[in-house]
Design a protein around this ligand. Sequence first.
Ligand code: GLN
Length: 186
Amino acid sequence: MIVGVLGLQGDFREHLQALERMGVERRDVRTPEALQEVDALIIPGGESTTLSKLMNMYGLTPVLQKQARKGFPVYGTCAGAILIAKEVEDGKPQGLGLMDITVARNAYGRQLDSFETDLNIKTIGKFHGIFIRAPKITRCGSGTEILAEQDGDPVLVRQGAMLAGTFHPELTHDSRVHEYFLRMIG
Ligand code: GLN
């Protein structure tokens, strides 16, 4: 299995390093051609409007939407979670509409732009959550499963082969969330 990481903007290098530490075959994905060569895609944290623009410019949006609708696995972290959501609360950016969740960008307010806290993730257990200008997942559709919450808000949600998380496991040296994603997609 080859795992792709969208390498247009954001902390894609940290995801590639996490996969490297796990000994997983990986590729930096920037084009529709590169997307065809991987078995799953991680969309990193970064700036979601920029990421969305770049994905459109590189012609990745329609190709990824088509693949994901056929069951291609996607894991979005932070900005990536915003991009795979069906709805973004102020309408920007227009996401890929892959997962039946609604997100609100930068929803933790300015003074709490960034924080770290211990989470309790289903089947994983205690995990150090790093939140950086994180969005909140404000609605989860009926086909989704909430794997972790923080103060009552979902922070890790699964739907089929898709995973959305508002924190950054790639910034820790703990690969259990990445491993969970790989197990999930077999
Ligand atoms: N605040 C960013 C956005 O709305 C996401 C932050 C992140 O990915 N760490 O795009």
